[in-house]
Design a protein around this ligand. Structure first.
Ligand code: ADP
Ligand code: ZN
Length: 222
């Protein structure tokens, strides 16, 4: 099963990607997560990406395209993959198309997570992440068992992502509208897009996702 999750920041792509990745045992490839771990490691790519990410802008296409193309060649993608946060520009989408055909892979579906501005702002401003394992929480909707600390990592604080402050969020949403939203029509025209109501809570959206994925799971593109 080869899936792309498309949608604005805060729509819940990461949350559902994680659930489906465990359920179907396919890798969850999040370009945001990969880039954040490269920043942590102090690698060259990380150094290049840092300023773009902290301002809420996009990392240059060639950097992420190379990164994803390499990742797709790792053996675990044989069973499929779930791409979260890529492609994010038309250039990336076209390069991705080319990479897929070279790898003789076909995309099964692009799931478009559609949510209201109110939902996005509420989720992004309340989001907290574990600095160690990356688990995500929400101050109101999904608080940790012990306030301020990760459920899975002992004595590790959960923090607000640097780009989850109000100014940067606004910029990320603008960038999404300008650079990423055009992909909706791009994938619609390829007839692989499914609209998902991402205003729903996690359990409800999970049920909808299962309905959309059922033919793919049963049809078995492996
Ligand atoms: P969100 O979807 O909540 O904004 P991500 O973790 O997907 O968060 O991305 C965080 C940041 O990483 C983005 O704002 C951008 O700077 C960078 N990034 C992630 N994926 C891409 C991509 N495909 N192209 C360019 N930049 C990216
Ligand atoms: Zn943790």
């Amino acid at each position: 099963m080869r899936l792309v999750f498309l949608g604005p920041p805060g729509a819940g792509k990461g949350t559902h990607a994680k659930i489906l990745s465990e359920r179907y045992q396919i890798p969850h490839i999040s370009t945001g997560d990969i880039l954040r771990s490269k920043i942590k490691d102090g690698s060259e790519i990380g150094k290049k990406a840092k300023q773009f990410m902290e301002s809420g802008g996009l990392v240059p296409d060639e950097v992420v395209i190379d990164m994803v193309t390499e990742r797709l060649q790792e053996p675990d993608t044989k069973k499929g993959f779930l791409l979260d946060g890529f492609p994010r520009t038309l250039n990336q989408a076209k390069a991705f198309d080319l990479a897929l055909s070279q790898l003789e892979m076909k995309l099964d579906s692009v799931l478009y997570f559609k949510a209201s501005l109110e939902t996005l702002l509420m989720r992004l401003t309340g989001r907290r992440v574990c600095s160690q394992c990356g688990a995500t929480y929400h101050v109101k909707n999904l608080p940790p068992k012990k306030e301020g600390f990760c459920d899975f990592c002992e004595n590790t604080e959960i923090i607000q992502r640097k780009d989850d402050n109000e100014d940067t969020i606004k910029n990320r949403l603008d960038v999404y509208d300008k650079d990423t939203a055009p992909l909706i029509n791009f994938y619609k025209s390829l007839d692989v897009l499914s609209d998902m109501n991402a205003d729903l809570d996690v359990e409800e959206l999970d049920i909808d996702l299962e309905k959309v994925l059922a033919p793919i799971v049963n049809g078995g593109s492996e």
